[in-house]
Design a protein around this ligand. Sequence first.
Ligand SMILES: [Zn+2]
Length: 701
Amino acid sequence: MAQFQRPTLCCCRKVLTVPSKSCEGGQGLGQCRLVDIASASNFHCFKLRHFHLDLRLNFAVKEITGWQVLELVAIQPGVQTLVLDTHPSLLIQSIDCKVPGTTGAQDISPSLIYRVDPFTDYGSSLNISLPAYVIRPHRAFQITVRYTTTDGPAIWWLDAELTCGQTRPLVFTQGHSVCNRSFFPCFDTPAVKSTYTATVRVPEGVTVLMSASRSAYSKQDRVFQFSMEYPVPAYLVALVAGDLQHVDIGPRSRVWAEPCVLTCAVSKLGGSVERWLNVAEDLFGPYVWGRYDIVFLPPSFPIVAMENPCLTFIISSILESREFLLIDVIHEIAHGWFGNAVTNATWEEMWLSEGLATYAQRRITTEAYGEAFTCLETVFRLDALHRQMRLLGDNNPVSKLQVKFEPGINPSSLMNLFTYEKGFCFVSYLSQLCGNVKRFDSFLRAYIEQFKFSSVVAQDLLDFFLCFFPELKESCVAQREGLEFERWLNACGPPLCEPDLSAGGVLTGPVQRLCDLWASEPPDPEAIANFNLSSWSTFQTVLFLDRLLDRSPLSHEVMGQLSRCYSAQLDEMNAEVRIRWLQIVVRNSFYPDLPRIRGFLHKHTSRMYTVPLYEDLCSGVMKCFAAEVFYQTQARLHPNLRRTLQQILFQTSALSTPTGSVPSLLHPTPSSPSPTPRDQLGPADPPTTGTIALRDVNVSA
Ligand SMILES: [Zn+2]
């Protein structure tokens, strides 16, 4: 394993930023060592121009078979080996090489010698020996890898029973952060972008979608063809195939879903998506991806949503929680600019995508729904950030924006609320520095224009910021005491400052007043009766319940009163509200409401709702109850989730306690059989074992 040097400290930082231009000749970037990719020693020696996937999906045996053609150019002389990232679940049959435009023997595709070496628990290293005649600087060549891949971390096969319609199987992929090396061999780093095309063959009745800007279908051959015309990193290549239908909901948008979900999905989103896109374009410049489609996936989708370009993946379970659906979709739209067009070059600076996307999401909601709504949503998330902070302690290195990790670490384990919310606070601080939110909007437009389709490090953003506002550079804002940019990036602990959220007072005020009433001894029923939860928004209700949860343990009397006041009413509300009440029930061992938990867990089979409840149940005195419900419902759970819950049920006595320690996310986690979800919730098999209860980390994609 290569030694690790922080790319941000390398002299080649600009090379990393614009590899397609400056990397020619291989100056500098070779000094960088990215610890999460086997191809780190090597990817700068080649320019990946394009790749093509030709795949056949076989649902009966849960296999993807086919080949991949990589179009490469050697940009350094004397390189004899091409190293790609791959995974043990991906079996290679043969590798050939071709140099287009050459004649004679060189036009034949000779089989190449290759070797697969262990790398980490989330991947292997594919070393391909290149014939001498290939390695001429600046000359293009093609490598064809024939392979079969099964159920590696990127690929989720769902039997028909696990889909919403329960009639046909479905498969989807989830590449973030480092899973797609089990889908196709690649330079699995966000620093490398390329265009791609794909041909996918499927059985009759199956529709295939990919994160591509163009698609076509030949009914006769049952072949789907895709083309992504804009360069994307490997983790943004995504595929879903199943019984999917669509309805157009705007000039560039359609909703895809299983037939039984489609009507509901369209009714919840119709009309809104184009409006949000228009608001975003006004703020940040043109939407560069052409289409913006959304596909709703069954509850087995391991996260809430994923910003696959041109085609957001989102879990259908979120449909019942309207405000969360709205925030999640707007967040994914924001990634069209921040994360997808301009990407963090290393996973250590994931905040560059998530912090900026969260800021952009809130600019969009401010324009579309007003400042009070946006502040309420922000207060709710920052509450969660502070909760996570209390669990982690002030000095936990995961609270840094620039995280540094050791070899073997899975970058997905770095996903946490700091990535989103501390990142958001830093971006808000930059916005505050320039004195006017509109001026900052124009800076962000220029930033996108400058860096679109490339990958950047934090220094690029900050240098560009200071160039854009020379008066700020002159006044040395980067070194302002206590608020130094360097401290923002590298200090542990909470954000150095938070934005002014007083505009949300009209919505958060009543929530706090009701919380205070419940905290007084004894609670005054008459005063409490003046507050009507059913007139509140979802975010007000979840803020109220989260703050009650923070005050647990509550006395049995108070729990009884709370239950009489709210339990039946909350039962009628959406899952985001209900799970919070049920967590209060569990953490306070309030047995009268146990049937409600059973009912909830029989209905909801997604990771985002089951894992936090099982963790709470198992860390308290309700483990037997949890086991009973698990045995009743396990047939309807995805095997990966079943494994996670089994771990929680049978291994958690020392692991998952509400006040237990949180393992460092900077060190390798034990081998995980399940894929890595995205954008929230932590890895599918949480490195967490618990206590950053996934609720606490439930920031939306
Ligand atoms: Zn996100």
